[in-house]
Structure formats: C-alpha cells, structure tokens
Write a new protein. Structure first.
Length: 267
C-alpha cells in the first residue's frame, strides 16, 4: 500500500472507526457504560502522554538535531497556545448552545411548543466542531506518517484512544438534541471524514515543505499533552478514593506502556 493509502486508511480509523466503536456503547446498559467510560479515559490519557513524550517529541528533536531544539520548544509553546484558543472556541460553542437551549425552553413554555430548533442548534454546533477537530487530527496523523510509518501508527493509536470517550460524549449530546440513536451514530461517524480530508490536505501540503515536519510533530505533541492535561486529567480528579486512584494510575501506565512497546518494535 502507498503512503497516501496508509494515511487515508489510518485517518479513517482515527476518525470514522473510533466513532463506530463509541457506538458500541449503544449495546451496553447505560449504568455499565458510565462505569466503563472513566477507564477508557484513563487509558487514553496514558496513550496521549506516551505518544507525545516517547514518540513525537523525541522524533522531532532528533530530526532537527540539538541545534534546533529551541525551535522545537517554540513550536511546542505555540502548539499549547493554538490548542488553548481552540478550547476557548469549543467552550464558547457549548456555552452558546446551552444559552440557546435554555432560551428555547423558556419560549416553548410560554407558547406551548417544544423548542426543538434551539435544542437542535446544539447538535449542529457539535457536528461542525467535531468536523474541524477531526480535520486537525488528520493533519497530525499525516505529519507523523510523512516522518516514519511506525510513528504514523503510534499517532493513529493515540488519536483513536482519545477520540472514543470524546465521541461517546458527543453522541449523548446529539441524542439530547432530538436525533434518533441511529441518526446520531451515522452523523457522528460522518464527521470522521474530516480526519481523512485533513490527512490528504496535509499529505500534499507538507510534502512541499518537508523542513516543517519536525515542527508539525512538535505541534502534534503539544496537542496531545494539552488534551491529556487540560481535557482528560481534570475529569479523573473527580474521584479521589484510593481504589479508583490506583486503577487510574494503572490504566494510565498501561497506555504509556503500549506506546513504549510500539516504539520499541519500531526501533
């Protein structure tokens, strides 16, 4: 298979297949699913940290040499800034959708309606946001594959690991917005096409500027670190009992260990 074919396949796995896997939660009773999800998040946190610190950053620094390490550091800082801004937009999106939903319910109460258009707006915003997010994931996967095939597979695994719990949450929002479970699942999977599009665009764009690849890897590492530190770990701190905490540490360690094992096979 050509490198472009691998990128298309792996971006589809990272975007579309992860949404399909998240749909398996449809088959699980809701209380069981709620108990399982934190375990996925713990494992995904470890996978993201491992991919960033054991794979992407070392590869980026090795590519530029010790003399270019400062530039990688600057790219890492810039990446944190970019993902901070992206999260701000996402938070604004959710706050805006919740305000619209509340306003819609108030209007519905006054006029005897149900406010479906306002509730549906939240679902539309989720779909648009997911498509953009997936396109960015596709760019990260393509940048990794253009550096080395093993790094591409490691990056794909890390993307898929954190996408599954993310997609479960989005699925719940779409159902709450009034969509049937089947339609919510199909639309959730359709947003994964953004990952394929992002991968293809990056394939053609980054090949023209191969010197930028190490810095693209640093941006990818920044994204993984930011998602783990700002997006996933705070949720894990909601439960602080010793048994849960030890389980979280073990699953995070497993996520890191899987990445380390994959890296050892690659070398």
């Amino acid at each position: 298979m050509t490198l472009l074919g691998l990128i298309v396949l792996c971006t589809a796995l990272g975007g579309i297949a992860s949404a399909a896997f998240a749909g398996l939660f449809l088959l699980v009773p809701e209380p069981t699913g709620q108990r399982m999800l934190p375990h996925f998040i713990s494992f995904a946190t470890g996978a993201l940290l491992g991919a960033a610190l054991l794979a992407l950053l070392p590869e980026a620094i090795e590519s530029v040499g010790s003399g270019g390490a400062r530039g990688i550091g600057l790219a890492l800082v810039a990446g944190f800034g970019v993902f901070f801004l992206i999260e701000k937009v996402v938070l604004w999106r959710h706050a805006h959708s919740h305000d619209e939903e509340a306003a819609g319910h108030s209007a519905a109460d006054r006029h005897g309606g149900h406010g479906h258009s306002h509730v549906g707006a939240a679902g539309v915003l989720v779909l648009v946001g997911d498509s953009i997010h997936n396109a960015l994931d596709g760019i990260l996967i393509a940048a990794a594959f253009l550096t080395s095939v093993p790094l591409g597979f490691v990056t794909t695994f890390a993307v898929a690991a954190h996408e599954i719990p993310h997609r479960v949450g989005d699925f719940a929002i779409l159902v709450q917005a009034g969509l049937s479970r089947r339609r919510a699942l199909l639309l959730n999977m359709a947003t994964g096409l953004g990952s394929v599009v992002g991968g293809i665009v990056a394939w053609f764009g980054l090949q023209r500027v191969m010197g930028a690849l190490p810095y693209a890897l640093a941006l990818a590492a920044a994204g993984f670190l930011y998602i783990a530190a700002a997006g996933l770990i705070p949720g894990l701190h909601r439960r602080v009992d010793p048994v849960t905490s030890l389980g979280q540490i073990a699953l995070m360690g497993l996520g890191v260990g899987v990445i380390a094992w994959a890296q050892s096979l690659a070398h």
